[in-house]
Design a protein around this ligand. Structure first.
Ligand code: C5P
Length: 312
């Protein structure tokens, strides 16, 4: 009898920006206690999972050469963790993962976490698993702090190390311009730099998330712009002083406000509307303060299977 090989499954997954990122104390496990508001953005990666005799990971697109293939890739760890969770007792799962990157690598936009989340959704579909979203989220949390949010998408409050997610009510779509930097920043280094800055001084700390949640519920971009804040920004700027110029240039170009995305070095600029975002992007790309710019919007859905008839 011929075994039926399931068709490959493609999953689209967003990137994220932290609208609010309060970094608390270092915990016993080395992670920092966080209170953060995530928003998913329309800049995406696509991940295809397929049954294959030659298992492994391939990466194409934006920054692909900087992404590890094989065991060090978070998407491959997702394959291993999910097969363990569902008791597939193979030494090496017979799966091939193709990642098409649109999200900058080590850019503070959770690109690696996004690929891991997409892989979980893809495999659940490929293997026809009867696992709930909650179960996938629990596997996701073992892979990285941002992975549960990348499954979830939308706008959400993250606590713990960022992995405990509660959806946040938002009205309207928000329009953003992203400024990609040359080269990435390693997240652990940025947290370590924040610890160093806090040991030797008093870098700014964001306030409560509550006003941010109110601006989101009202769909008020101007109000939200006044409230954007990221405790990691001082650390990212300390490691990359040039980011200060990028942040200024975005506001000079007409953005309502700008901030470093997550651990950076990508900068995100909130704009009044879609047309303004296009204008800001055009001006920013001529300012020579970043590698490239993108116009995006959020929130968008989390990792989800792309139908064959949808344009990729
Ligand atoms: O969870 P994830 O693997 O994405 O975290 C990468 C690194 O970022 C951690 O090893 C840690 O250095 C830092 N981190 C942290 N506190 C958090 C999340 C991440 O210190 N809440």
């Amino acid at each position: 009898m011929l075994a039926v090989v399931p068709r490959p499954v493609t999953v689209r997954v967003p990137s994220k920006v932290n609208l609010h990122l309060a970094v608390g104390e270092v915990r016993k496990d080395g992670f920092h206690e966080l209170s953060t508001v995530f928003q998913s953005l329309s800049l995406t990666d696509e991940v295809t999972v397929a049954v294959a005799d030659e298992p492994g990971v391939e990466v194409e697109g934006e920054g692909a050469s900087a992404v590890p293939t094989g065991g060090a890739n978070l998407a491959w760890r997702a394959v291993e963790e999910l097969s363990r969770y569902v008791g597939k007792d193979t030494d090496e799962p017979k799966v091939r993962v193709l990642i098409r990157k649109g999200i900058p690598v080590s850019g503070g936009m959770a690109g690696g976490s996004a690929d891991a989340a997409a892989t979980l959704v893809g495999l659940a579909n490929l293997w026809k698993l009867e696992v709930s979203r909650d179960e996938l989220a629990s596997v996701a949390a073992t892979l990285g702090s941002d992975v549960p949010f990348m499954l979830h998408g939308g706008t959400a409050l993250g606590t713990g190390r960022g992995e405990r997610i509660v959806p946040v009510l938002t009205r309207h779509t928000f329009h953003w311009v992203l400024a990609f930097a040359r080269g990435g920043l390693a997240t652990p280094k940025v947290y370590a730099e924040l610890d160093r800055l806090r040991d030797t001084g008093d870098p700014p700390r964001v306030g409560s998330a509550e006003p941010v949640l109110e601006a989101l519920a009202a769909g008020d971009a101007r109000q939200l712009a006044l409230l954007l804040g990221n405790d990691l920004q001082a650390a990212a700027v300390s490691l990359r002083p040039g980011l200060r110029r990028t942040l200024r240039a975005g506001v000079d170009a007409g953005a309502l406000a700008g901030l470093v995305s997550g651990s950076g070095p990508t900068c995100a600029f909130l704009c009044a509307d879609a047309a303004d975002a296009v204008r800001v992007a055009a001006e920013l790309s001529g300012a020579g303060v970043c590698r490239t710019v993108r116009v995006v919007h959020g929130p968008v859905p989390g990792a989800r299977v792309v139908n064959d008839d949808e344009p990729h």
